[in-house]
Design a protein around this ligand. Structure first.
Ligand SMILES: [Zn+2]
Length: 70
């Protein structure tokens, strides 16, 4: 699996990074927050995958399940 940062995903999808972030938080686009410290209220930067971005752009469901955000 190739993981992308929000910036990379925005470039890949040709969308604004804020649009990517909104979609991630809304659960429309699969992703998880990396490097989340145990007990921390806020997680790290979001990561998503090219496959998930493809599905999101095309408006179809992504077949795979990402690891739980924990
Ligand atoms: Zn996915």
């Amino acid at each position: 699996m190739k993981w992308m940062t929000v910036t990379e995903a925005a470039e890949y999808a040709r969308r604004h990074p804020r649009t990517i972030g909104d979609a991630l938080r809304a659960g429309e686009l699969h992703g998880f927050q990396a490097a989340k410290k145990k007990g921390a209220r806020k997680g790290g930067n979001w990561l998503t995958s090219a496959a998930c971005v493809d599905a999101w752009i095309e408006g179809r469901d992504c077949e795979h399940q990402l690891p739980a955000a924990a």
